[in-house]
Design a protein. Structure first.
Length: 264
């Protein structure tokens, strides 16, 4: 039997929006292609820069859309960010959390203590929340200027919505950078911690990163030293990929996830 693309790898690290669904619509055939890869024994992990939803909420959403998955197949930048802090701080350290309750929960799971004030905070973990305001940013600025370790779950400048592109976590990270003259560590793509953590948890030695964005998914794979597949179901185009320097291009380009089960 001829080798197909998935036969070269032991795990798939798959982006969500633009790759398996677009807004509220499933990318046609995505669920079936991923199910076929799982049946071949590949590890499956959905990796998302979205730090506002819990892994369970992400898994539930995928199930509602027709994907056969569970919380064990979800990795978020919130998890990666909390893990970065846990690796660097003593247990029960106080962390100022800019984000949702889902982000606070990840901090607690790592044995750290979330707070919403600068007082006593030795670190700041920043993820997107639609309710984040000036007062919360001001507390974070005080903590960061006071020497707190700063980790951003992601630096996506925009957030795609039904109303168009709105400010993403990266836009608010930029506000704190301007206010503190500091740079955060970053957990999500195109930084490497999210992808590396997902691969490690799967025990993968030959993971393939799949996504629709050159600036996050594919660049993240390049930075992590992993092969990548750009699917043309979301943001980036094949022409944009070809215009990049060779070392920054995706390993493969395909119209959609069906390319996984074809000859490379």
């Amino acid at each position: 039997m001829s080798e197909t693309l998935v036969d070269r790898y032991d795990a798939l690290l798959i982006d969500l929006d633009g790759t398996v669904y677009r807004g509220k619509e499933v990318v046609p055939g995505a669920a079936d292609e991923i199910a076929k890869a799982r049946a071949k024994g590949l590890g499956i992990r959905y990796v998302t820069n979205n730090a506002s939803r819990s892994p369970q909420a992400v898994a539930d959403h995928l199930v509602e859309l027709g994907f056969d998955t569970s919380i064990d197949e979800v990795s978020t930048s919130a998890q990666a960010g909390a893990a970065m802090l846990a690796d660097r701080l003593p247990k029960r350290s106080t962390v100022l959390v800019l984000g949702t309750k889902a982000l606070q929960a990840e901090v607690l799971k790592r044995g750290l203590t979330p707070t919403d004030t600068a007082e006593g905070a030795v670190a700041v973990l920043q993820g997107l929340s639609m309710d984040l305001g000036w007062r919360e940013l001001a507390e974070a600025a005080v903590a960061i200027r006071g020497g707190a370790l700063w980790v951003a779950c992601n630096v996506d400048a925009t957030l795609p919505t039904e109303r168009g592109l709105l400010p993403g976590n990266g836009a608010l990270v930029e506000a704190l950078k301007a206010a503190t003259e500091q740079e955060p560590l970053v957990a999500g793509k195109p930084a490497t911690p999210l992808l590396q953590q997902a691969a490690k948890e799967l025990g993968a030695h030959r993971p393939l990163v799949i996504g629709d964005r050159l600036d996050t998914d594919i660049l993240g794979a390049v930075n992590a030293g992993m092969d990548s597949l750009l699917v043309l179901t979301g943001v980036s185009t094949e022409q944009e990929a070809q215009a990049l320097p060779e070392e920054l291009r995706p390993t493969y380009v395909g119209a959609d996830l069906s390319v996984l089960h074809r000859l490379p």
